[in-house]
Design a protein around this ligand. Structure first.
Ligand SMILES: Cc1cc2nc3c(=O)[nH]c(=O)nc-3n(C[C@H](O)[C@H](O)[C@H](O)COP(=O)(O)OP(=O)(O)OC[C@H]3O[C@@H](n4cnc5c(N)ncnc54)[C@H](O)[C@@H]3O)c2cc1C
Length: 438
């Protein structure tokens, strides 16, 4: 614990890493460009659905501040819609073994900052520039940059070989609303895919004013959902959301009929960015480098809801590697090896996310029909969002999918038999007990 560590950026990666290091006695200083008050009163940033493993890491770090208030999501519904006839082409709903949650980052990060300062974390409220980094690398043994989509992240060069996108694949519009009706898919995210048009995701979450729904529209550039630029105020954005749902996803529009309102005046954002992978190390001056973590170096489109989960997975790896490295210098070799481990963990997840921007393969379409037909497959897919690496190996061909269906069904039959066998045995034992004298 003799090393000093600076973390720049008070988001999912920076705050979680700071909490974990603080808990084990490291001398950590966090640099945040915004105060808790500014974060809380700023614009929404994300819909940040975090799955079971990420939530477990937050819990372990003592950052599960919202367990009582946040909705527990337990299903994932997937619908492919016909872009012309506006009907469902395919639909399935899977159940997750553990719940997942979405807490507004304004609520979460402002609270985490307060909690961590109370626990003794040193926080400097300033926007860190490149010049400031030149000083930080002299003052600290390790400087971890977790500045997400911020300018400072551009210090890390784009890794052409690992990057898939040259331009933004989608235009994003996010709205937090109150008043959305439940409908069939109210126990988790309802994901709707409209080929050539875009996607619409809606998920129960927690915001400043309590429980809400987070609506995310992903527009294919030039497609029918790419029509938000003309909206110049919040009411126009809300009206546009309802108009698009009414036309393209009538079953989702029905959920708006109770009357929906924005949760607050900063509950809507619209924009675009190019997802990319950046090199994890930036040399700031001879012999001195900074290390990138989270969106700063692995920036993804939210189409699969994995950015925050990837950042959380990487935090765990970086934390473990810092602990293992006690006493030694955090040189570029350590940085490269640590980043390689993060890449190893997230590479498939990133490739899987990017596959959503390609026309679906025959195997992917078959998987969707099998998920609609067999609940076991729908549940397996829903659970895979916690660790998409579990999709590798069985989703790539029809044969592999068929094998999975067969195996999962056999497993369920076996489980049913064991339970029905155990039940009479259990009853017989109970009956025998009542007959036996004391
Ligand atoms: C619309 C949308 C929906 C999403 N939905 C999901 C989802 O469902 N599930 C999921 O897992 N992920 C989702 N994501 C992605 C997720 O929000 C991010 O991947 C995650 O927040 C990344 O964490 P981070 O710490 O790397 O960056 P951030 O959380 O963005 O934090 C970066 C922090 O650095 C600060 N900062 C920037 N520059 C400086 C500077 N120079 N000095 C000091 N501080 C600075 C910023 O103010 C910010 O607080 C979504 C993203 C978007 C845009």
């Amino acid at each position: 614990m003799d090393k000093t560590i600076a973390i720049i950026g008070a988001g999912q990666a920076g705050l979680l890493l700071a909490a974990k290091l603080l808990n084990v006695g490291y001398d950590v200083t966090l640099y945040s460009e915004k105060t808790p008050h500014e974060i809380r009163h700023g614009y929404v940033t994300s819909s940040q659905g975090l799955f079971a493993s990420s939530l477990a890491m937050e819990r372990e770090a003592g950052l599960n501040c919202f367990e009582q208030a946040v909705p527990d999501n337990t299903t994932i519904s997937f619908t492919t819609a016909d872009p012309e006839h506006h009907t469902k082409l395919n639909a399935w709903k899977g159940h997750t073994d553990s719940c997942y949650q979405a807490v507004d980052q304004r609520v979460k990060f402002s609270r985490w900052l307060d909690v961590l300062e109370q626990r003794g974390l040193k926080v400097n409220y300033q926007s860190v520039s490149k010049q400031a980094c030149e000083k930080l690398v002299d003052d600290y043994d390790l400087v971890v940059v977790c500045t997400g989509k911020g300018e400072l992240s551009r210090l890390f060069k784009r890794d052409e070989a690992k990057s898939y996108h040259q331009k933004p694949p989608r235009k994003l519009t996010l709205l937090y609303v109150h008043g959305l009706l439940g409908g069939d898919n109210s126990s988790g995210v309802a994901a709707n895919f409209i080929p050539g048009v875009g996607e619409y995701f809606v998920m129960p979450g927690l915001t400043l004013s309590g429980r809400c729904h987070m609506m995310l529209f992903e527009a294919v550039p030039g497609g029918a959902f790419d029509c938000w630029d003309e909206c110049d105020n919040n009411e126009a954005m809300l009206a546009k959301a309802k108009e698009l749902l009414k036309e393209y996803l009538p079953w989702e529009y029905e959920r708006c009929l109770g009357g929906i309102t924005l949760t607050d005046e900063k509950a809507v954002i619209h924009g675009e960015f190019t997802p990319e992978i950046r090199e994890p190390i930036a040399t700031i001056k001879p012999g001195k480098a900074i290390f990138g973590l989270g969106d700063a170096v692995m920036l993804n489109d939210p189409i699969t809801g994995q950015g925050g989960n990837n950042a959380t997975r990487s935090v765990q790896i970086v934390f473990d590697e810092i602990l293992k490295h006690q006493g030694k210098a955090f040189d570029t070799q350590w940085m490269q090896q640590t980043s390689d481990k993060c890449w190893e963990k997230n590479a498939f997840i990133i490739a899987w996310t990017n596959s959503f921007f390609e026309p679906p393969t025959e195997a992917a379409m078959y998987l969707m029909t099998q998920a609609q037909r067999h609940q076991e497959i729908a549940d397996k897919l829903a659970n895979a969002f916690d660790n998409p690496n579990t999709l590798a190996g069985w989703t790539e061909s029809k044969q592999a999918i068929d094998r999975a269906v067969f195996f999962l069904k056999a497993q369920n039959k076996c489980r049913d038999k064991v339970t029905s066998f155990r039940r009479p045995l259990h009853l017989a034992r109970a009956r025998l007990k009542t007959r036996l004298p004391n």
